[in-house]
Design a protein around this ligand. Structure first.
Ligand code: DAH
Length: 347
């Protein structure tokens, strides 16, 4: 075959398959035409094989021509294929009665649990006061939950916190408070330090409107040179005002915890009865106890290798649920745990 004949054959193949492409009414016919022209034994493939018999000069002309033709045909098949796919899709849609212009089914957007909402607000205020987040384990060694906090085995404070010990694991407890984090943190970090540690705690307790055997606390700890009760009072007052607004009233009462000296209990004026009429939340006293606090006991500092002659600190542990109840106007602690959607959806 000479070059002229070859070119004529190429033109014929092009014309023939462009015609077939235009006429193809479905994907199967189109695919058959593609195999017949571009397949391994296709008409164009066979023609391109002839290139090797041409002289160098002829190849310079025929090579690019052949390639061009191949690309052209490939593109024509591809574009026809897309047209057929779109046409089939439209035809299928015509047959159904789906109205694609209707708005979709709404996806229910989730939201935070009220306890998390309240917790986030508390930690936001604390972080503005310079506290950084620290974590601790919920299954804890007795020494971190009790001994290093100045609560030896015989101490009545262990009874007060009716502990869940873990069967078959002597010396392991479900932590009764977040105060374990104080010790763990000070073992690894030296002052100045200022941490908050929110988390779950466990005590054998009855379940009623204000008690639950599992609840949450936030521990706070600030240790530096010259930290005093004045710092504790001003920071906790700032915290309560940051949380409840500038009108919040705070009351400090002397109290006892083995790991602080002196110790205090901090009450907030009840928001439900405004301190005037008796209510179930504050039991008619007009105040609700929100947290325990105090100046870190020198022995606790010594237990973690911090010199109490150089450093002092304050600590506090507050009940997240209690604060959350006041903050979100929830009068029964069980509302946090029962997952009643009628309640949860209000937040
Ligand atoms: N751990 C105490 C409790 O659960 C609360 C507490 C009191 C924490 C005084 C403190 C503190 O850090 O200084 O009842």
């Amino acid at each position: 075959m000479n070059l002229t004949e070859w070119k004529q054959k190429c033109a014929a193949v092009e014309a023939e398959y462009k015609k077939q492409i235009a006429a193809a009414a479905d994907a199967d016919v189109l695919e058959a035409a593609r195999v017949a022209s571009l397949g391994r034994k296709g008409a164009l493939t066979e023609l391109l094989k002839n290139l090797k018999d041409f002289s160098i000069e002829e190849k310079k002309e025929a090579g690019p021509l052949g390639n061009e033709l191949k690309k052209n045909l490939e593109a024509a098949f591809e574009s026809k294929e897309m047209t057929l796919v779109a046409a089939k899709l439209n035809a299928d849609l015509e047959k159904t009665n789906i109205d694609l212009t209707l708005p979709g089914a709404p996806v229910a957007a989730g939201h935070y649990h009220p306890l998390t909402i309240a917790l986030n607000r508390m930690t936001a205020v604390l972080s503005k006061l310079g506290f950084v987040w620290a974590d601790g384990p919920q299954i804890e060694e007795e020494k971190y939950n009790f001994d290093y906090l100045n609560i030896p085995a015989h101490h009545p404070a262990r009874d007060m916190q009716d502990t869940f010990f873990i069967a078959g694991k002597p010396g392991m407890v479900l932590r009764t408070h977040t105060s374990n984090v104080q010790v763990r943190y000070m073992e690894k970090n030296k002052p100045p330090l200022r941490i908050m540690s929110p988390g779950r705690v466990f005590r054998k307790d009855d379940i009623d409107a204000s008690h639950s055997p599992v609840f949450n606390q936030i521990e706070g700890l600030y240790v530096d040179k010259n930290v005093s009760l004045a710092d504790l009072k001003s920071d906790l007052t700032a915290f309560m005002k940051g949380l409840f607004g500038a009108k919040a009233e705070v009351r400090f009462r002397p109290s006892y915890f083995p790991f602080v000296e002196p110790g205090v209990e901090v009450d907030v004026k009840c928001v439900f009865c405004d301190g005037k009429s008796p209510c179930a939340f504050c039991k008619g006293t007009g105040w609700k106890e929100m947290l325990g606090a105090g100046i870190v006991h020198p022995q606790v500092l010594r237990n973690v290798g911090i010199d109490p002659e150089v450093y002092s600190g304050y600590a506090f542990g507050m009940g997240v649920e209690r604060l959350a109840m006041m903050l979100l106007n929830i009068k029964d602690i069980r509302a946090f745990y029962e997952n009643d959607l009628r309640i949860l959806r209000q937040f």
